[in-house]
Design a protein around this ligand. Structure first.
Ligand SMILES: NC(=O)c1ccc[n+]([C@@H]2O[C@H](COP(=O)([O-])OP(=O)(O)OC[C@H]3O[C@@H](n4cnc5c(N)ncnc54)[C@H](OP(=O)(O)O)[C@@H]3O)[C@@H](O)[C@H]2O)c1
Length: 252
């Protein structure tokens, strides 16, 4: 658990019914924030909120399908605002379509559109609703979950990497757009992280892990604690940064 206090603050974490998002929600709640957990799966959403409550934290679940366009995104922002009693202090754009490696020539147009819709368009639309309200209040922290794939090239992962590079770029533009109004926008770029889903591909990951300076994948809670840091006052003058949590993967 982090030593940063987020007592009295609120957070919306997209894609927090599972994986890294669920760990981010748990760490934000452990630091004192009232967290809105979101995703499509109501059963897993209830599990995540129950676990946070059982650990003494505060969480509310708001179901949302980020592939459903602007009205669904606006409905999520409105419901999150109702759940925590105002514009959230912290927005974590985490939900994404994870894409298994595939040759570029085998990726069809519909799939490209689907990936861009969740990984880029939904992040763009949700931030477009919440960031101006944070700016009007004069404070807020937005953390975009990027990836090492947004920093380095990886054959077979062109589409996923392009969506994540777009997220990294959005962070910098939004830091410039909203920073003067007191809204800090930063990226966390995880390396391979052992979620329930990724654990199923442990064999596939082995060669990647072998070249990581730390020689191990990240743990979801380690991404969560980096989010808590960037959301808290210790990061008060950090704007537009990319914090890699990848055991050194992208540095070598
Ligand atoms: N795991 C890694 O090794 C790794 C490495 C680098 C970066 N990342 C990044 O970390 C973030 C989380 O990844 P993860 O590994 O935790 O993924 P994951 O285990 O597949 O979880 C994805 C989350 O996103 C939600 N989601 C997916 N599609 C959605 C949609 N259409 N509408 C609303 N929610 C949706 C899922 O919830 P529902 O199913 O309930 O909708 C789930 O909670 C992503 O941005 C990913 O790019 C992951």
């Amino acid at each position: 658990m982090s030593t940063t206090s987020l007592d009295g603050r609120s957070a919306l974490v997209t894609g927090s019914t599972d994986g890294i998002g669920a760990a981010i929600a748990a760490e934000l709640a452990a630091a004192g924030a009232h967290v809105v957990v979101s995703g499509r799966d109501t059963g897993r959403g209830a599990e995540v909120t129950r676990a946070i409550s059982a650990a003494g934290g505060r969480a509310s679940f708001v179901p949302a399908d980020l592939a459903a366009g602007a009205p669904a995104v606006r409905a999520l922002a409105d419901a999150a605002r109702d759940a925590v009693g105002g514009v959230p202090d912290i927005l974590v754009n985490n939900a994404a379509m994870i894409i298994a490696p595939k040759p570029t020539a085998e990726v069809d147009e519909a799939f490209i559109t689907a990936a861009l819709t969740i990984n880029v368009t939904a992040t763009f639309l949700l931030t477009g609703v919440i960031a101006p309200a944070m700016a009007a209040r004069g404070s807020g922290a937005i953390i975009n979950i990027g990836s090492i794939n947004g920093l380095i090239g990886m054959g077979g992962s062109a589409l996923y990497s392009a969506t994540k590079a777009a997220v990294h770029s959005l962070t910098k533009s939004w830091a410039d757009e909203y920073g003067p109004a007191g809204v800090r926008v930063n990226t966390i770029a995880p390396g391979p992280t052992l979620t329930r889903r990724v654990e199923q591909f442990a064999d596939h990951l082995a060669p990647l892990i072998a070249r990581i300076p730390s020689r191990r994948p990240s743990k979801p809670a380690e991404i969560g604690r980096a989010v808590v840091f960037l959301a808290g006052d210790d990061a008060a003058n950090i704007h537009g940064a990319t914090l890699s949590v990848d055991g050194g993967f992208s540095a070598v």
